[in-house]
Design a protein around this ligand. Sequence first.
Ligand code: URA
Length: 240
Amino acid sequence: MRLVKFLAHAGIASRRQCEELVRNGQVKVNGSIITEMGFKVEPGVDRVEFAGKIVNSEQTMVYLLLNKPPGYICSAYDPQGRPTVLEMVKDIDQRIYPVGRLDFDTSGLIILSNDGDFTNLMIHPRYEIKKSYEAWVQGNVKDEELLLIRTGMLLEDGPTAPAECTVLSREANRSLIEIQIHEGRKRQVKRMCAAIGHPVTSLQRTKIAFLSINGLQEGCYRHLSLSEVAALKECAGLKH
Ligand code: URA
């Protein structure tokens, strides 16, 4: 990582101010003053000093909650050139990435972060973080058809865990259902609905654990508070 970026990530100052600090000979790496702008350091290995103190190599953790519109891909780069969720995020210096996935055509809540341990807690099925979805499906869903979703059903990659499911609205040829799952297998909600004979026509993730989509406009994001991050970790059973 470039020395200037390392300093900025560690929260010393803005990137431009960090350039100034390096140019002025105020930064040492492994005991030697470095003024070269492109100088590279290895975080956790090289000893970086500023103002007589060692600069912590841990970078500032960032946690954002974004309401994804349909038509964005949940990865840092798409070989097909489709827009990525990261393109909606401005003013964040850290290299963040989506925590889990929503399909290209699915909308709703997605967390973006640079914290690998946190990401694992959020997406590993072992930690059972609940996610709620609202799905418009074809046809008129009968209560008994939801039993399969509620008790667990067999998909081609194995049985699903029991999931909460209710019908929110019924119209002539379509129904709106709410499903809460904690497994996060690929296209899971769409496959579950198709398996009971009601293919999904549009899907939105409305909740991740206690975080709700209410008040967050599509295409917008907000920082999670420290207490929200701590509470999410607790939801995953990690006391700290
Ligand atoms: N289930 C799906 O089928 N698609 C998503 O994007 C998320 C959950």
